[in-house]
Design a protein around this ligand. Structure first.
Ligand SMILES: NC(=O)c1ccc[n+]([C@@H]2O[C@H](COP(=O)([O-])OP(=O)(O)OC[C@H]3O[C@@H](n4cnc5c(N)ncnc54)[C@H](O)[C@@H]3O)[C@@H](O)[C@H]2O)c1
Length: 242
């Protein structure tokens, strides 16, 4: 997708990967950026508005675990910017000791948000199509000891996103579904990792760059891994293809 003039909505835009990604989106002359996050960052918001005056940048406090919040917030987003071309689901937590709460954010919240935004973007329902990119993880493709429940949520995000990329569904909706699986990345989420020395940690900026590249490639069903600062598309076993 050529991003110039487009509208981007980013859930988790004030997290580590979120900030790195929105900074790259803003260099692409997008028309509107809508940041949805539980976290507020007025200082960064003001500084981005000064740095990128040609893009309208909005923020709304957002809790992905609340269905009411998802509905009311998306109504407000559409009222303000009319249309979403690119939607990124980038909220997530690593809480092995709070499994239900983690599932509510990483999985149930992502599913509910994706479904709600698909209703808006779906061409067969009057929308314009576009791209939804869901952030899973390397932990959605591989197993990690001591992160078993986090791995489960991220494997589920891969399966959910892949299911929605079915070709016949895409032809109806015009929505490309993309999965991004970052490896260990330097962000605040790592504060919850006890054995960090066991992982290779990549800088967050390379993930932001790669996320936007995946959007520009716009391949429905694409699953991308970025680990140790190297990005590549994951070849899918034909057994699993649509
Ligand atoms: N950093 C890594 O090593 C890594 C690796 C693979 C995948 N990921 C995934 O990338 C995504 C971004 O993580 P990050 O590394 O930037 O971590 P982060 O902690 O910096 O950012 C997470 C963001 O999610 C938001 N969030 C948390 N709960 C929320 C809720 N209930 N409603 C709305 N927003 C909420 C937070 O406010 C924060 O902005 C997550 O899905 C994470 O699982 C991270």
């Amino acid at each position: 997708m050529e991003l110039s003039g487009k509208n981007v909505c980013y859930v988790g835009g004030f997290g580590g990967i979120g900030i790195a990604s929105i900074k790259v989106f803003l260099t692409k002359s997008i028309a509107n950026l809508y940041i949805l996050d539980l976290l507020e960052n007025q200082e960064l918001l003001e500084s981005l508005r000064k740095q990128f005056p040609k893009t309208n940048i909005y923020y709304e406090k957002f809790d992905i675990t609340s269905s009411n919040c998802i509905k009311n917030t998306l109504d407000k987003v559409i009222y303000t910017i009319r249309n979403i071309d690119v939607f990124v689901n980038g909220a997530g937590v690593l809480w092995e000791d709070k499994v239900e709460e983690m599932i509510a954010i990483n999985l149930t919240g992502l599913i509910n948000t994706t479904k709600a935004v698909r209703n808006i973007m779906d061409k067969s329902k009057g929308g314009k199509g576009g791209i939804i990119l869901n952030i899973a993880s390397l932990a959605g493709l591989a197993s990690f000891p001591c992160l078993e429940s986090y791995c489960a949520t991220k494997h589920a995000v891969v399966g959910f996103t892949k299911s929605l990329s079915n070709q016949s569904v895409f032809e109806k909706t015009g929505i490309s579904m993309i999965t991004l699986c970052p490896g260990c990345t330097e962000t605040p989420i790592l504060n919850n990792l006890t054995n960090l020395e066991a992982y290779k940690v990549q800088p967050v900026d390379v993930v932001g760059e790669y996320l936007v590249k995946c959007v520009e490639i716009e391949k429905n069903g694409g699953i991308y891994l970025i680990d140790d600062s190297v990005g590549r598309e994951i070849e899918q076993n034909p057994y699993y293809l649509n």
